[in-house]
Design a protein around this ligand. Sequence first.
Ligand code: SAM
Length: 298
Amino acid sequence: MAVKKRQKALSSGRPPISKKNLEGGSLSAKATRNIIRTHHRLHKEHAAALKRGDKTLAAHLEDAIEGNGGLKVYQAASKQGQSKSRGGDSSKILVNWLQHNGIIKSNIRVQKDSKEPKKAPYRLLEVGALSSENEISKFPDIIKVTRIDLNSQGPGITQQDFMKRPLPEAPEEFFDIVSLSLVLNYVPDPAQRGEMLKRITQFLRAQEQLQSPSQAHNIFPALFFVLPLPCVANSRYLDENKLVQIMGNLGFTLRERKNTAKLCNYLFTLSGKGNRFKSKKEMIGDSRTMNNFCIVID
Ligand SMILES: C[S@@+](CC[C@H](N)C(=O)[O-])C[C@H]1O[C@@H](n2cnc3c(N)ncnc32)[C@H](O)[C@@H]1O
């Protein structure tokens, strides 16, 4: 029986991405940007094809994602984006805010070769972790970081889908901070994004269970949340007001915000239970150059 030949992947014709380039860290900013954008686009198209039940197109798109280097190459490109020359590690902003709010009291980082750190009073869950050496990892006496990612890039990062991580039960399984830096925009579907934000509230410790309430009562439990700036500055469906409103409906209060050239960074405190209000896909602006980034709460 003749086997039906799969049509060529959308990426066929694109030269394979050189491993040497990624390992040597010599990809240009333009090349890393292209890899990241293409991965996001194909990933979104793939989710949409699956939603429509179009298995053939979904299979072509899977090939195309692999042709673009897959998740590994996307992560390597994202890691290059974290390098100083490309804008740096976003967790530096979180560290500044924790210093400003009196959680991290000094600039003294624990040296790599120092003895076992003391038991840290606070716990942070980093969703979508690319490195165990980012700025927030340098204060193990104060903050114990649990790192997870769909694809672990090494020791210290557990390979796990946050959406499948078992919900905490025992008090010591909850977190004081969740870090969600450049992850929500990776999620291809607006309603799945909403589900991710809702799920985060289930991992945060209730305010009355905080370890050192005197210090932390003000800002913990908290979400450190980073998005590419165009998601709130140039979307037909989301701006900062709408984002703050969505977060408010989930029980979050905005505590800190900072825009950099390419990113918007937020620190939200989970201060209430939320009101279960829905948020639909509604156009708030329109122009040719705008994008369609959206968060839907069902
Ligand atoms: C652009 S990278 C961001 C990395 C880093 N947090 C940063 O700020 O540079 C996005 C990462 O999120 C991870 N990711 C996306 N959805 C996830 C999920 N449901 N659970 C765990 N990790 C996820 C991806 O595997 C990818 O490594």
